[in-house]
Design a protein around this ligand. Structure first.
Ligand SMILES: C[S@@+](CC[C@H](N)C(=O)[O-])C[C@H]1O[C@@H](n2cnc3c(N)ncnc32)[C@H](O)[C@@H]1O
Length: 344
């Protein structure tokens, strides 16, 4: 069977695709400079912006012109001002959508410069591993913000993927600072939660869940999900985690999940799950992030995940789309299963 064809670019599109890095860097640099935030106070001339942002002056007109052509700024007789979308989403403060992009600029952009090298060698192109990053409070905070930005749009899909009335304690394994779990618990007030993650994330989780009003319903367990038992629970979320690791490690984690769940409990996995039969740029890009950022990670087709769950003993395995680039897979531990696992 042949795969459905993706949209065919015109010859003119090819240059635009190839120079996409320039457009990306214009937006990312504007965010890094705090340009949209500076313009929240009203229009500014290029000269005023140069002084406020500490710039040289050369190139500023072209830079502002480009942002205007992108629809992010508007030119007025008093100078440049934010276009409506920039006013709503790119000014630092509530509703700011630039946090993830600022993190992507700092972490992903340099790693993507090594895409060719990653494809040739299979080696990640970032500097330092997760433990280095977690040891640095500033980088850790940026990382946690990026994770929140990636998973928050999936919360409605997670909240709708199971009949949560049948569950009481949900563990979010690799749950970071409890952002997604908080959104789920706010949607289903009878649930209590456990975040299982590296111990370094405990203070951030306590602070973040307190801020979201779920601190009294969420406990934190620190550990290593490859060497420690996972928390006992009757529902478990493993999101944006399996794709960071090799296939053997994913299978091992799914088996640990099965062991920790009570009979009748449910496992929910979400990740970028590119399926070659259905080309999806978001899923493929999400998967390539893992190529350049991790030693063995990659997205995987939904049917592979379904198979790992079935091999571990889960039944009723279902696959559900979860917005651009992500898929949710769920399965249940049979009610008759022994709590300690199925012997696989
Ligand atoms: C990509 S983030 C996903 C966070 C969250 N689930 C989400 O969707 O936003 C992976 C998480 O797994 C945690 N993690 C990585 N290796 C771990 C390990 N060996 N044991 C426990 N947690 C780990 C990281 O600290 C991080 O919070």
């Amino acid at each position: 069977m042949t795969a459905p064809r993706a949209a065919t670019p015109s010859p003119g599109d090819i240059d635009r695709l190839g120079l996409g890095f320039a457009t990306a860097k214009i937006l990312l640099t504007a965010l890094r400079l705090g340009l949209f935030t500076a313009l929240a106070g009203g229009p500014r001339t290029p000269r005023k912006l140069r002084d406020e942002l500490g710039l040289h002056g050369r190139g500023i007109e072209d830079f502002l012109h480009a942002l205007t052509a992108l629809g992010l700024l508007e030119r007025t007789p008093d100078g440049y001002r934010n276009a409506p979308v920039a006013r709503e989403r790119l000014v630092r403060g509530p509703g700011y959508a630039g946090g993830f992009l600022e993190g992507a600029d700092a972490v992903l952009y340099p790693a993507w410069a090594g895409l060719e090298q990653a494809l040739r060698t299979g080696a990640p192109q970032n500097t330092g591993g997760i433990e280095d990053m977690l040891a640095d409070p500033h980088r850790r905070q940026g990382y946690l913000g990026m994770m929140d930005a990636l998973s928050a749009p999936l919360a409605p899909y997670v909240a709708a993927a199971l009949d949560w009335r049948a569950h009481t304690v949900v563990a979010d394994v690799g749950g970071a600072r409890g952002n997604l779990l908080s959104l789920l618990l706010r949607e289903h007030p009878h649930l209590r939660g456990i975040v299982f993650d590296r111990p370094q994330n405990a203070p951030a989780c306590a602070e973040h869940t307190r801020g979201l009003g779920t601190g009294d319903r969420i406990a934190f367990t620190g550990g290593d999900f490859f060497t420690d038992a996972l928390p006992a629970c009757d529902a478990m979320v493993v999101g944006h985690v399996l794709a960071d690791f090799s296939e053997d490690e994913r299978r091992a984690l799914v088996r640990s999940a099965y062991k920790a769940l009570a009979p009748g409990g449910a496992l929910l996995v979400y990740d970028p799950m590119p399926d070659p039969a259905h080309p999806d740029l978001s899923a493929a890009v999400g998967s390539l992030h893992m190529l350049v950022m991790s030693p063995a990670g990659a997205g995987y087709p939904p049917h592979n995940c379904a198979q790992w769950l079935a091999e571990a003993g889960f039944t009723g395995v279902r696959t559900l789309p979860a917005g651009p680039g992500n898929t949710v897979v769920t399965g249940h531990k049979p009610k008759a299963a022994a709590a300690s696992g199925n012997g696989h």
